[in-house]
Write a protein that binds this ligand. Structure first.
Ligand SMILES: O=c1ccn([C@@H]2O[C@H](COP(=O)(O)OP(=O)(O)O[C@H]3O[C@H](CO)[C@@H](O)[C@H](O)[C@H]3O)[C@@H](O)[C@H]2O)c(=O)[nH]1
Length: 452
């Protein structure tokens, strides 16, 4: 008999590919063969940012399938992205599995599917394969999605997903949530909202096919969510980097010089500023952030992705680059997990994407929270109100987070030593959960054994 062989399918976004790759490495070390399926577009980006050694690991086969989309413009529209998947991907997945079936010892034996690609669980069922669902974000958000029928029944949203009651709590012990920050409600286009809601409802139904639902979180940080949805199994935090000494699976080329620059900075001195892979700032907010960092008078490392603003020409305030030359560094992409582990980092101005939240936590770094959309608002509540390892940024009446506010918040955060102390305590708990004997490690091991 051949090895257990898992087909792993992430949603085609940076914050999904990274944790699923790490899961793949864990399973590989545990005796699995892996076929990791990206869209053609992301496959190319991934390979372009991997070394030869990283690309050619025995046991993990990186493959690509078409995403059914015609253009880059379509890839930016979440509604069209979801429609596109269903056009071509199921057939290509079936063919992939069929080919593996014909290969004797190399047969795919199970599928691990991102919840945001839950339609693929139908493919698993059709092909007679065992299947599990993987959720890359907090259990709190997944529990909310799984509770949509209840939210309708309780009058929080109507049957079309439109918010009826703004603030709600899934459980008395869970942070209050705003129904305007649900993944489908945070877009203004009604057609897109409807499409995303329908896609999500279908996904929830498809999840019933999964034998297990595993989640990139751990029970110590959001126990009420795991009590509320006891079928969600915590296996996180899953972070890349263990194997290669650096994080991998990136879509953008990393700036090779920022680590050497950090080495020159004193301990606890640098503000790290990064907003993940989706956030887009308008020109006013982008400039205000730049001026706020300058006004703080502190050293900063700021990730300015090529598409962080919609502005195509030089988006920085006039003279900014020259003025901050010795204090600040703007780079296109960093090896973020390494950056956050660097002793020079004092705090993290973050959009609170779940991976960034876990990465900051795992390194004991306090946060200034600047959520952009969806689950990031719940993550902010966890950070500021539940774990108390960060502060929230507040916009003014015109919806802008001003330079003065940024300076003030940085001072407040760095002046409060209890914040760092709590962050360090949480770091210990997070790191314990993923080593042998830790809650998530043991869950992951049992899951892997069960899928063999
Ligand atoms: O310069 C950078 C910037 C980011 N990253 C990495 O990119 C990932 C970003 O992930 P995340 O922080 O989760 O942000 P998004 O890319 O915005 O993630 C999407 O997916 C997440 C998981 O579902 C959600 O929590 C977010 O809201 C959603 O926007 C992290 O691993 C970072 O380490 C780098 O390596 N270098």
């Amino acid at each position: 008999m051949g090895l257990p062989h898992a087909l792993i399918l992430p949603y085609p976004a940076q914050g999904h590919v990274i944790p699923l790759l790490e899961l793949s490495y864990f399973l590989m070390d545990d005796g699995f063969k892996i076929t990791f399926v990206n869209t053609e577009n992301n496959h190319k980006r991934l390979l372009a940012n991997m070394s030869k050694k990283e690309r050619n690991i025995k046991g993990i086969n990186l493959v690509a399938v078409p995403d059914g989309l015609e253009s880059e413009e379509d890839r930016k529209n979440l509604g069209r992205v979801n429609d596109g998947f269903l056009k071509k991907m199921p057939i290509f997945l079936e063919e992939l599995i069929q080919r593996s079936n014909e290969s004797g010892d190399d047969k795919i034996t199970c599928m691990i599917i991102d919840v945001s690609m839950a339609w693929a669980l139908e493919v698993a069922k059709k092909m007679g394969l065992r299947a599990a669902a993987f959720w890359p974000a907090s259990a709190g958000i997944l529990a909310t999605m799984l509770s949509v029928p209840k939210l309708i029944e309780n009058g929080v949203i109507d049957p079309e997903g439109t918010p009826k009651q703004q603030i709600f709590q899934l459980d008395a012990d869970m942070p209050p949530m705003n129904s305007n920050n649900l993944v489908w409600t945070c877009f203004s286009d009604p057609e897109l909202r409807r499409k995303l809601f329908n896609y999500m409802v279908k996904s929830i139904r498809a999840i019933e096919i999964a034998e297990y639902i595993i989640c990139n979180s751990f029970k110590e940080i959001e126990l009420p969510a795991f009590i509320h949805a006891s079928n969600i199994i915590p296996v996180g935090p899953l972070l890349t980097g263990k194997r290669f000494g650096k994080p991998i699976g990136h879509f953008w080329p990393e700036d090779a010089t920022c680590m050497a620059w950090l080495d020159e900075q004193p301990a606890n001195s640098v503000i790290y500023v990064a907003f993940g892979s989706f956030t887009i700032f308008n020109q006013i907010q982008f400039q205000e952030l730049a001026l706020g960092l300058e006004l703080s008078g502190r050293t900063f490392l700021w990730v300015v992705r090529p598409d962080l603003t919609s502005e195509t020409s030089d988006a920085y305030p006039e003279g900014f680059r020259d003025r901050v030359m010795t204090k600040g560094r703007m780079v296109g992409w960093t090896p973020q997990q390494k950056v956050l582990a660097h002793p020079s980092i004092a705090c993290f101005i973050s959009h609170c994407g779940w991976n960034s939240t876990l990465e900051g936590m795992r390194n004991g770094v306090p946060f200034l929270c600047w959520p952009y959309f969806a689950d990031q608002f719940l993550n902010q509540s966890y950070i500021c109100d539940v774990w108390r390892t960060g502060l929230q940024m507040t916009a003014n009446d015109s919806g802008i987070i001003t330079r003065e506010h940024i300076k003030l918040r940085v001072e407040e955060l760095l002046g409060d030593k209890t914040m760092r102390a709590r962050a360090l305590e949480l770091k210990e708990i997070a790191n314990k959960s993923v080593i042998k004997g830790g809650s998530s490690f043991e869950n992951l091991k049992s899951f892997a054994d069960a899928m063999k």
